[in-house]
Structure formats: C-alpha cells, structure tokens
Design a protein around this ligand. Structure first.
Ligand code: GLN
Length: 271
C-alpha cells in the first residue's frame, strides 16, 4: 500500500511552486473526504490513486485548487466556487474586519455590489444575524453560485440576489455596502493562474483599473442610509486615487490595510 506521506511528496514535487505541499494536502484530503489535519491519521483509509492522479495533473497544469475541489473557505464559511466567480481571497476578509470595526450599530440592511460567490454578503450576514442582504451581480451565472452558497450556509432566508449594473435602479438605502469590484489595470502583470482561470469581468477595469470605481462612487451617497458605511476593496496602490475620487463625490474616506500592511480597502461615509 502506498503510504500517504509518499503520495504527498510525489504530488508536491509534480505540482511545484510555493504552495505545492499545501496544494497536495488539500487535494488529497478532498479525494479522501477528510480534513487536511486528519490526513496523516487516515493511513488505513483506501484511496483511488486514479482520482488523486487526475486532480494532481490538473493542478500541475495550473488550474486553481479551488476549481479542482469546487470550494474555498472564506470567513470560516465553506463556499462553492466555479470559474464563473472570483475565488474568495483572504485579503478580502479585511473588508469584513473593517466593517465590524466601523459600524456604529449593527446594520440591518446590507448590500453587496458585484457579489460573485456572495462571500462578502454571507460573511457579513454571519456576523450580523438580524440583518438581511441583497447581492447584485452583472453575471447570471455568478448569481446562481451566490444563491447556492446562501442555501449551503443556511442564510438563504436573509439573502436575496438580483441581476444588475452596480447600484443602478436600486431605490432602497442600506446601512452597510460591501463591494469588491474589478480593479486590475488592463496591462498590469497578473499570474497566469488568475488570468487563465478566473473571470476577466471580475478582474479588469480599464487602463488604470479605476473604471468601475468611477461608476460606483457617484451612486454611493444615494444608496446609503444617513449614518451608512460603504467598504470597497482596492488594489494596494490605488489608495490615493480613491481618496481623490471620494473627495470629488463629497464622501469622507479612510484607507485600511490588509495583514501584509498594504492598503486593501477604502471605507466611505456620506460627507
Ligand atoms: N485581488 C485580486 C487579485 O489580485 C483581484 C480582485 C479584484 O480585481 N477585485 O488577484
């Protein structure tokens, strides 16, 4: 019988790169139906070598782990991920941390613009259990994933989803607005893994990556309650540009860093 440790070593060598070992473990745990932590305790468990081989081959060819296993954890929620949505990143958890810190009182209505997998909306609803939320996306395929995630996490009764163009046509006002728009400049360097496998519409926003902020910021004042808060993800070099844009639209803005100490989001209030 092949030992787990040998299986992992061989897979990691084929996958290569900084996360090779981790990837090999996550894929094997998925193939065995156990957690990563339980892998080495499961020596006796049988595994179909062909199933693992297929997964390792896909990973070695550059496919994201989240696509191979079909899910990714975000804010301790296990979310379905398909190529129709951006893979939730740990960096985006910064938005939830900032919202938790800056909301003066618990929000009751939450809006997620460009919801994708619904990661931000569901994370917020998991924190504010009396709140309800609306997720907007321009992609019907993404909305199907968002709805499936609301069902899977038991929050479907508090989450609604709608096809839309950012906040256009929304009559309602929200206490908290979350948004992770596309913000990569068209000619910016981006890893092949992201460029080849994640939806371009969720990544790219014109030459300077600011096109969607230019569309979203003018809408915000009309979407927020009087003491409402909006938290938008930004690229780590876009802070100054966002402060200028916010000032131009009469919004009070503060920048907040991710765990790596880089600007990751802008918090906005009606000025
Ligand atoms: N942070 C993502 C990346 O650099 C991009 C996400 C986005 O454009 N909203 O891979």
């Amino acid at each position: 019988m092949t030992r787990i440790i040998d299986l992992l070593n061989a897979a990691a060598a084929r996958i290569g790169g900084e996360t090779a070992r981790l990837d090999a473990e996550v894929l094997l745990a998925h193939a065995m139906g156990c957690t990563r932590g339980d892998l080495l305790l499961n020596q006796q468990r049988s595994i179909d070598p062909q199933v693992y081989e297929t997964m390792v081959k896909r990973r070695a060819a550059g496919e994201p782990v989240a696509h191979i296993v079909g899910s990714r954890e975000f804010w301790s929620l296990d979310l379905i991920v398909t190529p129709d949505v951006l893979i939730p990143r740990p960096d985006s958890e910064t938005l939830i941390e900032v919202a938790l810190r800056l909301c003066d009182r618990p929000p009751t209505r939450i809006l997620d613009l460009g919801t994708g997998s619904a990661a931000l909306l569901l994370a917020a609803l998991s924190e504010w259990t009396n709140a309800t939320g609306l997720g907007i996306d321009a992609s019907a395929a993404a909305l199907a994933v968002a709805q499936a995630n609301a069902d899977r996490t038991g929050m479907a009764a508090r989450a609604a989803f709608r096809l839309g163009d950012w906040g256009q046509g929304l009559e309602e006002r929200f206490d908290l607005i979350l948004c992770n728009p596309p913000y990569i400049g068209t000619s910016e360097a981006l890893s092949d893994e992201v460029r080849d496998h994640e939806p371009a519409a969720a990544l790219f926003a014109g030459a300077d990556g600011l096109d969607d902020y230019r569309r979203i910021l003018p809408q915000l004042a009309g979407l927020m309650t009087n003491d409402g808060l909006a938290v938008l993800e930004i690229g780590h070099r876009q802070g100054p540009a966002l402060l200028a844009l916010a000032a131009g639209h009469g919004l009070a803005a503060t920048l907040h860093c991710d765990l790596a100490g880089r600007d990751r989001c802008v918090a906005l209030r009606s000025g």
